[in-house]
Design a protein around this ligand. Structure first.
Ligand SMILES: [Zn+2]
Length: 91
């Protein structure tokens, strides 16, 4: 069974938000969740899902990989024609 990268990222983001609002005294946990986020990688380009095109980090990500255009809701790697078309469309 495979959990798509985006769902993993989303669940960690939601947990992080709950921690911020409900347990403000444990705010430092946000750093731990942020750290875990770096291990959630795009199945196609193997870059962290939260990393953006310019090498920055975005706390809120769309389900399309910023680096290669892969749909992060899918577990299987998409062919280049599919991802390239998607990048050109959104750019
Ligand atoms: Zn990618």
């Amino acid at each position: 069974m495979c959990i798509p990268a985006y769902l993993k990222y989303l669940s960690i983001s939601i947990i992080t938000l709950i921690v911020i609002f409900a347990y403000t005294q444990y705010w430092y946990l946000v750093f731990i969740f942020g750290f875990i986020d770096f291990f959630i990688k795009c199945p196609k380009c193997h870059k962290p899902v939260i990393e953006t095109k310019n090498g920055g980090v975005s706390p809120l990500r769309w389900y399309i990989c910023d680096q290669c255009g892969q749909n992060l809701l899918k577990c299987e790697v998409e062919p280049d024609e599919v991802t390239n078309k998607r990048i050109n469309k959104t750019a």
